[in-house]
Every structure is written in structure tokens, then in C-alpha cells.
Design a protein around this ligand. Structure first.
Ligand code: PEP
Ligand code: MN
Length: 263
């Protein structure tokens, strides 16, 4: 699925969202679906900021097995209901291929998390569906690793792939959680026909750096952003330190749209 064979950029179409070269979209929501009420509140905030895709994890790839693991299918139900109420699409992570049929009922876009970027059986499984797949770059994945991971999905017949730069591990991640590889955005655009979006939340890891990294990724040509938000970050069940407030999301996306229009 290299650019050589697909000169036209692939457009991802979900009910309320177009992700392509000619659009700039926002996916936003909490890191985890925390409750029915909370995800509804976050959906309202995401929608008000201009998001058309609601994010939220119901199956969480936590570093520690003792950290909050997600609400599972109940979380998917709450996420779907919140998205429907605000006429938004859903993106949520699939961690295990045995959940595919179940998650497929609730989501518009499958998220493959960074830790699963080279889970080849999972890639093959989503490659057999025709649902869009948001493939996140692995923590230590090279560009060629990303291309091969995407190829695993495409080889099954599913070319509805969104590549996501979310930061990689480098020699200095003391002040940022990961290092946003802004250069990966134009490189992936050159090498593949897929839309490329940027996740500044997991790259930055700290609320102070999310907006600058969102804007840098936009300037590098990202076709959209995925950003985590929370109304009470100190009590978030996951990734609180990197959550933007609803108000911050709104100003950040407005600035990003201005930058995108200049390109
Ligand atoms: C997430 O989106 O909440 C997440 C766990 O992201 P990543 O796989 O990029 O770490
Ligand atoms: Mn997260």
C-alpha cells in the first residue's frame, strides 16, 4: 500500500467525519470511559470544541496490572450513547482480537494502541473488517515498522487506515512522556496514501506541552488531532496529568485550524 501504487490519498469516511488530505478533524474525549455521566459531559465538551469523533478507552493497556483497566463492554455502551447524543463518531481501543465482534458493534473506528502496533494477529483481525483503523505508532517503532504494521492491515483488504504519531521513546523523556516525531508526519505522507494524525497528549504527557505539540504537528501537515480532555484531571482514572480542560481544547483546536488553513 505504498504511495507508488496509491497516488491518491485515501479518504476515511465515518458518519460525521471525513479524514483526508482535504480536511482537518478533531477526535477528543477522556483517556478512559469513567462513567455514563462523565463520558456524556466530556462528549458535550468535545463537541463544543469542534470534535466530530469521541474517544474513550473501555479496554485500557495500563503499564501496571493494578491500575484501572477500563469498564469493558459497559464503557462501550456509555461511549456509544454519548457519541450518539451529540451526533459524533466513536474511536476506541481494541486490545484483544477475541473482542473484535463485540467492539465492532459499538465503534466507528478501531484504535490499535502503541503497545499493540506489532500485535500481528490483532492487525490481521482488523484487516479482515472494513472498519477504519487508527494505528498508533509503537513506543520504539521506526517508520519502516509503522509501514509494515499498516501493511498487515492492508494485506487483509482493509485500506481504511489512519496513521497516528503519538511520540516515541528517546534518550530524554524526563520532562515529556515521549518525544513527538514531527518529522514523521511529512515522511508518512510521502510514503503512504493514508491520512496521518497527531496525538500530542501521549507525546507530551503533561498538560503544559500538549498545545505546543498539537500546533507543531498541525504545522507539519497532520490531517487531524486526537486529544485527551478531563474536567477534573486530579481525579481522572488514567492520564490526568496530560488532560486539557474543555476550555483549553477549544482554544487549541481553534489555533490548530488557523495553522492548517495557512498550509
Ligand atoms: C490512549 O489512547 O489512551 C493510549 C493508551 O494511547 P497509546 O497507545 O498511544 O499509548
Ligand atoms: Mn491515554
Amino acid at each position: 500500500s505504498s504511495r507508488l501504487f496509491h497516488p491518491e490519498t485515501i479518504t476515511i469516511q465515518t458518519p460525521h467525519t471525513t479524514i483526508s488530505d482535504h480536511s482537518f478533524s478533531l477526535m477528543a474525549g477522556p483517556c478512559s470511559v469513567e462513567s455514563k455521566e462523565h463520558v456524556l459531559k466530556m462528549a458535550a465538551a468535545a463537541k463544543a470544541a469542534g470534535a466530530t469523533v469521541l474517544r474513550g478507552g473501555a479496554f485500557k493497556p495500563r503499564t501496571s496490572p493494578y491500575s484501572f483497566q477500563g469498564l469493558g463492554e459497559d464503557g462501550l455502551k456509555f461511549l456509544r450513547a454519548a457519541a450518539d447524543q451529540f451526533e459524533m463518531d466513536v474511536v476506541t481501543e481494541i486490545m484483544d482480537e477475541e473482542h473484535l465482534a463485540m467492539i465492532e458493534q459499538y465503534t466507528d473506528i478501531f484504535q490499535i494502541g502503541a503497545r499493540n502496533m506489532q500485535n500481528f494477529s490483532l492487525l490481521k483481525a482488523v484487516g479482515k473488517t472494513n472498519k477504519p483503523v487508527m494505528l498508533k505508532r509503537g513506543l520504539s517503532a521506526t517508520i519502516d515498522d509503522v509501514l509494515n504494521a499498516a501493511e498487515y492491515i492492508a494485506a487483509g483488504g482493509n485500506h481504511n487506515i489512519i496513521l497516528t504519531e503519538r511520540g516515541i521513546r528517546t534518550f530524554d523523556n524526563k520532562y515529556t512522556r515521549n518525544t513527538l516525531d514531527v518529522g514523521a508526519v511529512p515522511v508518512l505522507h510521502k510514503l503512504t496514501p493514508y491520512p496521518v494524525i497527531v496525538d500530542p497528549s501521549h507525546a507530551a504527557g503533561h498538560v503544559d506541552f500538549v498545545t505546543p505539540e498539537a500546533l507543531a504537528g498541525t504545522a507539519a501537515g497532520a490531517d487531524g488531532l486526537i486529544i485527551e480532555i478531563h474536567d477534573d484531571p486530579a481525579h481522572a482514572l488514567s492520564d490526568g496529568p496530560q488532560a486539557l480542560s474543555p476550555a483549553e481544547l477549544k482554544t487549541t483546536f481553534a489555533k490548530a485550524q488557523q495553522i492548517h488553513h495557512l498550509l
